[in-house]
Ligand binder design. Structure first.
Ligand SMILES: [Zn+2]
Length: 127
């Protein structure tokens, strides 16, 4: 369990990990009517195992594919910043700057690892 930054409101979702129950996966957890959630509550969790799903999941929590502060590996000159989210959802290479899907997925995973927000469910749980 993580330290909570925003308050768990019933029906909102958060993302967590549970290394013994679901290693190498993220669990989308829905907050129950009593304001708690559990990674072991199957009725209120969705397992996300596929790397390719990480960018979409991260964007649910406010992450955006982007490219800032990169240098040209040959010249060490600053490359122009790129708002990659305007060109890619993070699962394909950015056609504008060439940043790869693998980099986006890595960044999305890093974002999810430190994410402790609760957000409205965009549709992971259908009633
Ligand atoms: Zn880009």
């Amino acid at each position: 369990m993580k330290a909570l930054e925003s308050k768990p409101v019933p029906g909102t979702i958060c993302v967590d990990t549970d290394s013994t129950y679901a290693p190498c996966s993220y669990l989308i957890c829905r907050v129950r009517p009593d304001g708690t959630y559990s990674t072991r509550d199957e009725a209120n969790t969705v397992l996300v195992q596929t790397d390719w799903d990480y960018p979409a999941l991260a964007s649910t929590f406010g992450w955006r594919a982007g490219n800032t502060g990169r240098e040209d590996p040959d010249t060490w000159e600053d490359l122009p910043d790129c708002q990659c989210w305007q060109h890619t959802d993070g699962t394909v290479d950015c056609p504008a700057c060439g940043k790869t899907a693998a980099e986006f997925i890595t960044e999305a995973a890093e974002f999810l690892d430190s994410c402790s927000d609760f957000v409205e469910d965009p549709g992971y749980f259908e009633e």
